[in-house]
Design a protein around this ligand. Structure first.
Ligand code: SF4
Length: 287
């Protein structure tokens, strides 16, 4: 018993749970998957809607100045993703005639696209029978098929490929993602799980491992400061370090360090004076 039928029946009622579902458009899958890399689905949904309204095609995204793309990224944070997505769109238009590649190996060479995102775009956007394994899917496959939380990645990958529904890899991948996101969470809700009867983890009475990796404190952090700098710059053509420091209530040294990092990441354009920490140094979003 594999639980495939039960999982797909559970997923049938959720096919339209998110706005990026059911479009069959690899470009929109790419946008949604990049947004979902570090942000929860509920927060991604409104940002995704407005982003694809603003850039409905890969060509419109590739043509847009980078500063417009960062502005359209809204409040999702981790703005480097917006820069990478803009760059990926330009590469796709330049090297692939505007067609999002279907091969995971080709996708994984695009800026900002790692092995998981590549597999997700191939599977959801092009229906390539490949397992897309993120943290959530890894947890579901490890538990349901291997009975453990600490299975080696190669074992999880082999189990995921063997379990894959090759007739409809897109639905299968999304069903696993949803299950891991909402039911088979770090503390699993086995009573609500369609895989309960087929799950080895549950049958063997295994105990969930406590995650050891904790997200660093966000309030007051360097990451928060970088996000705040980007928000300030979205509302203006250009400004000075002094203004940024005043508006953000942070020290000039901290703001200089944040601007230097954002500049190295290609998110902002900062002149030599700003990079040297001079209060009048000017900063703006990278074009
Ligand atoms: S039965 Fe429990 S452990 Fe197994 S897949 Fe479902 S939620 Fe996860």
């Amino acid at each position: 018993m594999t639980g495939r039928g039960e999982l797909l029946a559970w997923f049938a009622g959720r096919r339209r749970a998110y706005p990026w579902r059911g479009t069959g458009d690899p470009y929109r899958v790419l946008v949604s998957e990049v947004m979902l890399q570090q942000t929860q689905a509920a927060r991604v949904a409104p940002a995704y809607r407005s982003f694809v309204r603003r850039f409905p095609t890969i060509r419109s995204l590739a043509r847009a100045p980078r500063s417009d793309v960062v502005r359209a990224w809204g409040t999702l944070g981790y703005n480097r993703r917006a820069v990478a997505l803009s760059e990926a769109a330009r590469v796709i238009v330049r090297d692939h005639r505007g067609r999002v590649p279907a091969e995971p190996e080709t996708l994984a060479r695009l800026p900002g696209v790692g092995p998981y995102t590549a597999a997700a775009v191939a599977s959801l956007g092009h229906r390539v029978p490949v397992a897309a394994i993120d943290t959530n899917v890894r947890r579901v496959v490890g538990r349901a098929r291997l009975g453990r939380d600490d299975a080696p990645p190669t074992d999880v990958e082999a189990a995921a490929m063997a379990w894959l529904d090759r007739a409809d890899p897109a639905s299968w991948s999304q069903a696993l993602m949803d299950l891991g996101r909402e039911v088979c969470r770090p503390v699993p809700r086995c009573g609500a799980c369609p895989l309960a009867a087929a799950c080895r983890f549950r049958a063997e009475g295994a105990t969930p491992q406590r995650g050891s990796r904790r997200q660093g404190r966000f309030e007051g952090s360097f990451r928060q400061l970088r996000g705040a700098v980007i928000r300030e710059l979205r509302g203006t053509e250009a400004t000075t370090l002094r203004t940024l420091a005043t508006r953000l209530g942070r020290g000039l040294d901290e703001v200089t360090a944040a601007v230097a990092r954002l500049s190295a990441e290609g998110l902002v354009r900062a002149g030599p004076a700003a990079l040297a920490g001079r209060p009048g140094g000017r900063v703006r979003l990278a074009p």
